[in-house]
Design a protein around this ligand. Structure first.
Ligand SMILES: Nc1nc2c(ncn2[C@@H]2O[C@H](COP(=O)(O)OP(=O)(O)OP(=O)(O)O)[C@@H](O)[C@H]2O)c(=O)[nH]1
Ligand SMILES: [Mg+2]
Length: 331
């Protein structure tokens, strides 16, 4: 990573990694180019960003002349506090885990390739929710190309290892090998490669599933030996529910958001049913834009009730939000 990248650069880079449309991609790249320190050490990176900008512009122009948006794989609209994608071999228990963590009821069955299409579902966490994406299995012979974009855009990947079967370890390794041949890979933290901005790493948890099966502890030892990784590890039984709440909390914590409740100036109470979630460190102005786009230009001040301020304190757009702040926006 070149030295002295500004906070704005890093933020744009993160948004670029998670961009789901060409427009978004282009905007992020333009910010990155503007913000990158211009010196010898960043020449290569600058050239790459410029090339990506030209490519995005060409593709956008092509979309315009064709009169329709090129389908860039399957776009699952982001919803909730963030997105975690489940990845794994056949029968690892991805759909069972989604069924356990959400109110959805995907098909679960003891034969491979039960899931044929990526499908979103919402995982509740207290009064908010995280989007989970169930997926078809990845094997040495089968990789649904839709999974690239979805994994790249996700905040977190849950790599499932099947501890209930002797094939589980090899199947887990096959998922990693398969992704290693692409430009979307798994790592302990999310980042873009600094020599190739097209090469993206998505933060990953290793989830050992089926710990209710008697041989699971032995298979787990083998997994550590044969398929070592530096991913944080969670052990669960999607079927019986062991370890599920720890995993739920860790997934939510990784989204690194704070909850903010909005209160109308005329209302006595805040709307406590539907908090907004914004990245930790976000300002009032960023949140106000989510409530309504008119606030971006028109926000005068807000009153805040929360842990960091006295009740009803008047703040400006640059106020950094805290978890469970109540804000009353004034135009
Ligand atoms: N014993 C045990 N069985 C489980 C557990 N989780 C899932 N299973 C079983 O494993 C089988 C496969 O589960 P699925 O959730 O369909 O697996 P999947 O990873 O979605 O499979 P594909 O959709 O084919 O990729 C089913 O028979 C489940 O009941 C678990 O924690 N313990
Ligand atoms: Mg499935």
């Amino acid at each position: 990573m070149p030295a002295n990248l500004t906070a704005q650069y890093l933020k744009a880079e993160e948004e670029y990694r998670r961009a789901t449309t060409l427009d978004e991609e282009l905007k992020c790249l333009q910010v990155m180019l503007q913000e990158i320190p211009k010196h010898k050490g960043t020449d290569h990176l600058q050239a790459q960003i410029k090339a990506k900008i030209s490519k995005a512009k060409r593709e956008l122009a092509a979309e315009k002349t064709a009169g329709k948006k090129k389908t860039r794989g399957l776009r699952i609209p982001r919803q909730g506090a963030g997105t975690a994608i489940l990845l794994g071999g056949p029968n690892a228990g991805k759909s069972q885990l989604v069924a356990r963590l959400t109110n959805a009821s995907p098909e679960v069955a003891p034969y491979p390739f039960t899931t044929t299409m990526p499908a979103p579902a919402m995982m509740p966490w207290n009064d908010v929710a995280v989007q989970l994406i169930d997926t078809p299995p990845i094997t040495a012979d089968y990789f649904d190309p839709l999974l690239h974009g979805l994994t790249r855009a996700a905040d977190l990947a849950l790599l499932l290892a099947d501890l209930g079967s002797d094939e589980g370890i090899e199947q887990c390794q096959e998922v990693l090998d398969r992704l290693a041949q692409t430009k979307t890979r798994l790592a302990a933290t999310s980042y873009l490669d600094d020599r190739d901005v097209g090469l993206s790493y998505t933060q990953t948890f290793l989830v050992g599933n089926k710990i209710d099966v008697p041989d699971a502890p032995i298979r787990l030892e083998l997994l550590h030996e044969l398929c070592p990784s530096d991913f944080p590890e969670y052990l669960v039984s999607a079927l019986r529910g062991q370890g599920i709440e720890d995993l739920r909390n860790a997934v939510y914590a990784t989204m690194d958001v704070v909850r903010v409740y909005s209160k109308r100036p005329t209302a006595k109470e805040a709307d406590l049913d539907r908090p907004f979630t914004v990245r930790r460190g976000s300002t009032l102005l960023e949140m106000a834009g989510q409530v309504h786009k008119d606030y971006v230009e028109g926000l005068k001040f807000a009153r805040v009730w929360g842990s960091a301020v006295h009740d009803g304190t008047q703040v400006k757009g640059d106020y950094v939000l805290h978890d469970q702040d109540v804000v009353e926006l004034h135009m």
